[in-house]
Design a protein around this ligand. Structure first.
Ligand SMILES: NC(=O)c1ccc[n+]([C@@H]2O[C@H](COP(=O)([O-])OP(=O)(O)OC[C@H]3O[C@@H](n4cnc5c(N)ncnc54)[C@H](O)[C@@H]3O)[C@@H](O)[C@H]2O)c1
Length: 338
C-alpha cells in the first residue's frame, strides 16, 4: 500500500483525493489546506485526518506520495513551497499544472526531485487517454513516416481576468505538452494574441512552432468560447499519413497517405475502465503515477514528468517574449534539461 497525502483541497484537490481513495493500492492518510474549513470538509468526505500546515502533516505522516493541488497567482503561484517541502520530506510528488510560471522555481523543483532520486509528475492529464496512447504508439512505430506538421486547438470559457497572460499560462501547459508528446522538443515560437470584446486579458492566442525534429506546428487556444463539446482537437501528419484526435478521448481517426480509406477508433477504454468524462483523465493520470511509483520506476521514466511540465513552461515564456518583442523566439533544446 502506498500512503498518500494531499496539499491543497480546492475543487481539484478533492478530485485527486477521490481518485487516490478509489485506488486499490493507495491509502489516503492526510489532507492539508491552510483554509481549515476546506481541510475539515475534505476530511469528513474522505475519512482521513485534516491538517492546516503542510510541514506538520509531512512530519507526522511521512507519506510515500504527496499530491500538490495548490493554486495561487496565475493558477500556479503556490505550488513551489509545498512541492519543495514534500520532496525534502522524501515524498514522490504528483503536482498540478502549471508546474510554476516562474521558470527558476520550476527548475529548482525538477532539480531537487532529481537530486533526491524521487518521482516527480505533473497532472498533464490530456496525454493520459487510451486514444492518445494509441496515437503515440503509431508515432513511435513510424506509422506516420517523416513527421511534417501538427495542428492543435483548445477552447473553453474562462472569465478570470487575473493577469494579461493568464490564458497562455493556465491553458497551454496542457496543449503544449500534448504537442511535445507527439513531436518532441519545440525549438522556436512566434505568438499572436487577441481577446473577445470586453475582455482585459489576452484571452485568445495563436502560436507558430518549429520543432527540433524539423516538423512545424500551430496551436490556437481561447478562453472566450463557451465549452459545449468537444473542446480540444489535435492533428498530426507525416509522409505516411495523418491522424486526428477529437477531444483526446473521444475519437481517433487515421488517414493513411495515398488512399481514401480511413480508420476510426471511438471512445476506447483506458485499461479496463471506459472513459466517459474529463474526470476520467484525472483517474488515468493518477493511476499511471501510482503504478509507476509502485513498480519502482526510475524518476526519469515518469510519464508526464516535472521536466515535461518545465519544458512546456519554457515554451509559454518564449511565446510571451515573442508577443512583447514582436519576434520569433528560439528556445534552448532540449527544453526539459536543467
Ligand atoms: N489538470 C487539469 O485539468 C486542471 C484543471 C483545473 C485546474 N487545474 C489546476 O489545479 C490547481 C488547483 O485548482 P483549484 O481550482 O482547486 O484551486 P483553488 O485555489 O480553489 O485551491 C487551492 C487550495 O490550495 C490551498 N493552499 C495553497 N497553498 C497551500 C499550502 N502551502 N498548504 C496547504 N494548502 C494550500 C488554498 O488554500 C486552496 O484551498 C491549479 O494549479 C490549477 O491550475 C488543473
Amino acid at each position: 500500500m502506498l500512503r498518500v497525502a494531499i496539499i491543497g483541497l480546492g475543487p481539484i484537490g478533492n478530485v485527486h483525493a477521490r481518485h487516490y481513495k478509489e485506488h486499490p493500492d493507495c491509502d489516503l492518510v492526510g489532507l492539508c489546506d491552510i483554509i481549515p474549513e476546506r481541510a475539515d470538509e475534505a476530511s469528513k468526505r474522505f475519512g482521513a485526518p485534516a491538517f492546516y500546515d503542510a510541514a506538520q502533516m509531512l512530519r507526522d505522516l511521512n507519506p510515500d506520495i504527496c499530491g500538490v493541488c495548490t493554486g495561487g497567482h496565475e493558477y500556479g503561484g503556490d505550488h513551489y513551497a509545498p512541492t519543495m517541502q514534500a520532496l525534502e520530506a522524501g515524498c514522490h510528488v504528483l503536482g498540478e499544472k502549471p508546474i510554476s510560471n516562474e521558470i527558476d522555481k520550476a527548475e529548482a523543483m525538477v532539480r531537487l526531485a532529481r537530486e533526491r532520486g524521487l518521482c516527480y509528475g505533473i497532472n498533464l492529464n490530456h496525454r493520459f487517454t487510451k486514444l492518445t496512447r494509441i496515437a503515440r504508439q503509431w508515432v513511435d512505430a513510424g506509422r506516420l513516416g517523416h513527421l511534417l506538421f501538427i495542428n492543435m486547438s483548445m477552447w473553453i470559457k474562462n472569465p478570470r481576468e487575473t493577469s494579461p497572460w493568464f490564458q497562455l499560462k493556465a491553458l497551454h501547459p496542457h496543449t503544449i505538452d500534448v504537442m511535445r508528446h507527439f513531436c518532441g522538443d519545440i525549438a522556436a515560437t512566434q505568438c499572436f494574441v487577441t481577446s473577445a470584446p470586453g475582455r482585459k486579458i489576452w484571452s485568445t492566442a495563436h502560436f507558430n512552432f518549429k520543432f527540433a525534429c524539423g516538423a512545424v506546428g500551430g496551436l490556437t487556444g481561447s478562453y472566450d468560447i463557451e465549452r459545449g463539446h468537444p473542446m480540444e482537437r489535435c492533428e498530426v501528419a507525416g509522409t505516411g499519413g495523418r491522424f486526428v484526435l477529437e477531444d483526446m478521448m473521444h475519437e481517433l481517426t487515421w488517414h493513411p497517405a495515398g488512399t481514401n480509406e480511413k480508420t476510426i477508433i471511438s471512445n476506447a477504454p483506458f485499461g479496463d475502465i471506459p472513459e466517459k468524462t474529463f474526470d476520467d483523465t484525472f483517474r488515468n493520470r493518477i493511476r499511471c503515477f501510482v503504478d509507476q511509483v509502485a513498480a519502482g520506476a526510475s524518476p526519469e521514466t515518469i510519464d508526464g514528468s516535472g521536466a515535461d511540465a518545465l519544458a512546456a513552461q519554457r515554451v509559454i515564456a518564449a511565446a510571451i517574449t515573442s508577443v512583447e518583442e514582436d519576434s520569433v523566439v528560439e528556445i534552448p533544446v532540449p527544453n526539459g534539461a536543467l
